[in-house]
Write a protein that binds this ligand. Structure first.
Ligand code: SF4
Length: 445
């Protein structure tokens, strides 16, 4: 019965010309870059991109399927849109991205009134669907959804690592690097759009090039990106600890454009848990690696993320993690609670710890890091730092130092300062500090 109904809708709407669409992007910055790439393609082919979904005649939802909480949020968004589609608010409703990749058959069966469930990397299919019979071309400048002074640069797709808790390879597949030439062209086009900060992202940015060039080529890519005029900051995120190419730190030491910042998720510090997570590194190796970073780069900010509540994690394992964090004194830390994901290596281990215990352990780690962060921030009072302005509000301006990435790290607050411009760099005198923020006054424009 359902089949007949769906075909009816499809056939009925096939010939309706679509002139605009809106895009809802859920999940991580890598998904955002995907949305920017297919939106650029649509725009180049005459499909107008409408910021407000309520004003658009069709809708694309780019989904995330990473962990339980994200999946629930995404399904709610899809159901709301499907209800609007049922009422013919939209001529077409397309659901793409990780959730649609991971649960394609289930979603098709369980959610009605969605015209298409498309997996990841479906740019051309999306274009074909919206263009109908009209001719199209497969080029198009990335359409930024971020403020124009910064942009994410997704250097590869997928991942070859085998972390037992992670479902990403199930959705994004094997590691595929983008060619250096293509990324340099993209960087030039972004710089021409006013981008000053490039944030390098991938599932595993340090694996870059191994498939394409048979060597770890992130240093080579950086060597070319620093030559792109207009780009002033290049930030490296999602590094992997095992076989870390130290040439990256040499590039960082050599080129002031490369921020003294490295984001390197470490996930845990108990060797028992690291082994079960299939991380391929031990605590001592991670400590030695971080030490070698600090020996190479003065004034380096190291960001990392951890998972607590992994199956089999005991109080002793947690104590090991707390001791590690206290020993290595990271600058920025994020902590997630374990989410049991089907078809991952760890799924078979069950999920014995309650969410309450997981949250409590997360709280312990964050409390320790809060103290470390306050101490480090307080030590910056009186110093002068270069700050990129992200927001100018009615009563203050907000920016970031080279030690802070978007949304996850510290901010710099200029109370009462409203004469600055979004996207400009200012010299800031640090006058006060909190756990996750610095207070500053403009030292020099
Ligand atoms: S490195 Fe590990 S955690 Fe990160 S995407 Fe790959 S498998 Fe997942």
């Amino acid at each position: 019965m359902i089949k007949t109904k769906r075909r009816l809708i499809k056939e009925d709407k096939n010939n309706q010309e679509i002139n605009n669409t809106s895009v809802i992007t859920l999940g991580c910055a890598k998904n955002l870059v995907d949305s920017e790439r297919f939106s650029g393609l649509l725009r180049k082919n005459g499909i107008e991109i409408i910021p407000n979904p309520e004003e658009a005649e069709s809708l694309i939802i780019n989904t995330c399927g990473f962990i339980k909480a994200a999946k629930e949020e995404n399904i709610n968004v899809i159901l709301q849109a499907a209800e609007l589609r049922r009422k013919n608010k939209y001529k077409k409703l397309i659901v793409t991205g990780c959730l649609a990749e991971r649960y394609n058959a289930e979603l098709k069966q369980q959610i009605k009134h969605v015209d298409y469930f498309l997996g990841v990397n479906s740019d051309e299919r999306i274009l074909k669907i919206l263009m109908g019979d009209r001719k199209y071309e497969l080029t198009g400048e990335r359409m930024l959804y971020t403020p124009s002074h910064f942009a994410y640069m997704k250097i590869s797709e997928g991942c070859d690592q085998k972390c037992s808790f992670c479902a990403i390879p199930l959705m994004r597949g094997k590691h595929v690097s983008e060619p250096i030439e293509k990324l340099v062209e993209e960087a030039k086009s972004l710089a021409a759009q006013g981008v000053k900060e490039l944030i390098i992202i991938a599932q595993d940015s340090t694996y870059y090039g191994l498939d394409l060039y048979k060597k770890r080529a992130l240093p080579e890519l950086l060597e070319q990106l620093v030559e792109v005029e207009g780009i002033e900051w290049i930030r490296i995120q999602y590094a992997y600890p095992r076989k870390f190419p130290m040439e990256i730190m040499e590039m960082m030491a050599k080129h002031p454009k490369i921020c003294n910042y490295i984001d390197i998720p470490l996930q845990h510090a108990s060797d028992k848990i690291l082994r079960s997570m299939r991380r391929g590194v031990k605590r001592q190796e991670m400590e030695d690696l971080l030490l070698s970073f600090r020996e190479k780069i003065d004034n380096l900010a190291i960001r990392s993320t951890f998972i607590v509540g992994y199956p089999g994690e005991t109080e002793e394992d947690l104590a090991e993690l707390l001791d590690f964090i206290n020993t290595v004194q990271l600058d920025r830390v994020g902590v997630f609670t374990y989410s049991q994901e089907e078809n991952t290596g760890a799924h078979i281990l069950g999920d014995s710890l309650s969410q309450e215990v997981k949250d409590e352990r997360r709280g312990q780690v964050m409390l320790l890091q809060q103290e470390i962060s306050l101490k480090k921030n307080t030590a910056k009072i009186g110093s002068t730092l270069k700050v990129l302005i992200d927001e100018v509000l009615a009563d203050k301006s907000i920016g970031r130092t080279e030690h802070d990435s978007l949304d996850v790290d510290n901010i710099v607050i200029f109370e009462g300062e409203t004469n600055l411009k979004v996207g400009e760099f200012v010299e800031a005198k640090i006058i006060d500090a909190g756990e996750y923020e610095l207070y500053a006054e403009v030292f020099e424009i």
